[in-house]
Ligand binder design. Sequence first.
Ligand SMILES: Nc1ncnc2c1ncn2[C@@H]1O[C@H](COP(=O)(O)OP(=O)(O)OP(=O)(O)O)[C@@H](O)[C@H]1O
Ligand SMILES: [Mg+2]
Length: 412
Amino acid sequence: MTENLNKSITERKRTEYKIRERVKELTCLYGVSQLVAKTDANLDEVLKGTVDLIPDGWQYPEITCARVILGGKEFKTDNFAVTQWKQSSDINIGGQKLSALEVYYLEEKPEIDEGPFLKEERNLIDALVRVLGEFTERKRAEEELRKYREHLEELVKERTSELGRKAVELEQANIRLQEMDRLKSVFLASMSHELRTPLNSIIGFTGIILQGMSGEVSHEQRKQLSMVKNSASHLLSLINDILDISKIEAGKVELTLEEFSLDDLAREVVETLSPTANEKGLELMTEMPEGVTLSSDRRRLKQILMNLVSNAVKFTDRGSVKIAARVTGDENLEVCVIDTGVGIKKEDMNKLFQPFQQIDVSLTKKHEGTGLGLYLTKKLTDLLGGNISAKSEYGRGSEFTFTIPLRYEEGN
Ligand SMILES: Nc1ncnc2c1ncn2[C@@H]1O[C@H](COP(=O)(O)OP(=O)(O)OP(=O)(O)O)[C@@H](O)[C@H]1O
Ligand SMILES: [Mg+2]
């Protein structure tokens, strides 16, 4: 009976002891988790706090000491000493063992689960290094983020001041550009006068000589004077094109709006170009509704049509050139200039409407030109509120189509 009672008392005491030990361990773990959970906790504080909490979690607090070494710093309990009774666990940081947590007994104690230490104390030390490892990792990530953020702020400051500088430079460049643009206009205006006047007089006087008004002209002289006159005319038309383009590009063009009939305009174009077409044996025809009137810039529309039809005649050796016009449902005039000429290769189509682009050099040697015609034509159709496009089949012919509003209105 007494034996049984004694047994049960011992049993109870052992259980009580075990419970006390678990409570100590849990208290330690709880203490550490509280340290870590503080939002402003820094790494040094947590490591020192942890080693200080350790003794109370072990079986013999008064002879327990602990230490952790991390990043060249050592954190230990005040009573710390290295002895042969040691329990330790590695701290893993970012997958690397960078440090270890060590617990020592300062005196010898009887051997139990792991030297003088309990199996539960092994579990506790392992749990502690996990917590410390995760915390260190988090702190390092935060630190990196902070550095990155600072760097970013610096970068933003730097860029902002750079941007300010650039804006000033840009403004200065803009002022210079405006001045240059003004000088260009002045230059072009004077050039227009200075170049056109002598050219007109060359063309005029060679014309008079050719007509024999200033005496007999020999066959050879006639031939050479004709060359002079042709070259001068060519130069004059080139200068006119360049001037037109620069005026349009500088936004200095004023449209002269008037009411006019499409029939008359088309007739003028055909009359001007039919001598060349006849010489080449080409049929030049029109196909358009009668009585169409437009309110637009007549001279510029004629220029567009002249450029397209003269190209068609120039790049066609046999067959025909047709001007087909119609009024579309949305009050636009659509004009197609269709030829049965040399055509344009697919890969060359994107060169059309670009300045100084002559596609077939061998061809253009045969035909004179500068490659400004289509570029100017596109600018002119834009100017009249329209657009232009081209289709072609190499070796068979081309079709250039432009559309402009029947009645030009500001802003369209
Ligand atoms: N109807 C067409 N058929 C075939 N090729 C064409 C036709 N119209 C234009 N091209 C091609 O496009 C190029 C550019 O035409 P554009 O009218 O701009 O120049 P150009 O007629 O050669 O010279 P410019 O018109 O300045 O006197 C021409 O050189 C030619 O190669
Ligand atoms: Mg041309």
